[in-house]
Design a protein around this ligand. Structure first.
Ligand code: CA
Length: 236
């Protein structure tokens, strides 16, 4: 299940590696360097993060301070602390500050991914990697969208970005979702500066559905956004 992850890490090489590995798993990752910038992103309503990965030693605010602030704000997202420290007292301090887990540097990326998966499983909102609404079934493990029309079931291979977009629509069937909400949830806030990135991706997804003979279930609601009609699976 793709997650939106905030990574706060001031070692640029390590940050780039972590970001690449997580994005390779289909997650959307925002990265910032200072604890203060991390707090601005975590504490804002701009994006809702499913996971925070915080280095302990950061400029301005430490990862520990970030954990405390996040919890005192009442945010429940899982937090993974990265630390070069490995003393028992430090671990206790990290967990007491509100971290859910910690990882001592240096670590293997496989271990980071395993911790991330474990934290994701612990979440009450964890969903099985199969999303269903109306005639649509998205198998995230296989990367396939299955569409049941009156005539036949159509199986469509989706790219990672198409899966993220379709997941969001299937989690909010029939709801009008604004372009800016999609952009905030599914795109990296620092990268992808193209203003019409959402419209372009929606167009690509519609085109793919059409290439499999399906009329688009994605409606454009003028000046409001987009809506998935989960019952509109019709062959062209
Ligand atoms: Ca550091």
């Amino acid at each position: 299940m793709p997650m939106r992850i905030l990574l706060v890490e001031d070692e640029m090489d390590l940050a780039r590696s972590i970001q690449a590995v997580l994005e390779g798993q289909g997650h959307v990752v925002d990265h910032c360097v200072s604890g203060q910038d991390g707090w601005v992103l975590l504490g804002s309503d701009q994006a809702h993060y499913d996971l925070g990965i915080l280095d302990w030693m950061l400029p301005e605010l430490s990862g520990l301070d970030l954990c405390r602030r996040t919890r005192s704000r009442g945010l429940a997202l899982p937090l993974l602390l990265l630390t070069a420290r490995n003393e028992t007292a430090d671990r206790v301090e990290g967990l007491d500050a509100g971290a859910d887990d910690y990882l001592s540097k240096p670590f293997a990326m496989e271990e980071l991914l395993a911790r991330v998966r474990a934290l994701q499983r612990r979440q009450p909102s964890y969903r099985a990697p199969l999303l269903e609404a109306g005639c649509f079934r998205l198998d995230l493990a296989a990367g396939q969208l299955l569409v049941a029309t009156a005539a036949a079931e159509v199986c469509i291979e989706l790219t990672t970005k198409e899966q993220q977009l379709m997941s969001y629509f299937l989690e909010h069937p029939g709801e009008v979702i604004s372009g800016s909400r999609l952009r905030n949830q599914l795109w990296n806030l620092q990268q992808d500066p193209i203003s019409n990135v959402v419209a372009a991706q929606v167009r690509l997804l519609r085109r793919k559905l059409a290439s499999h003979g399906l009329a688009s279930p994605l409606e454009t609601i003028p000046s409001k956004g987009y809506r998935l009609n989960p019952h509109a699976a019709v062959l062209l």
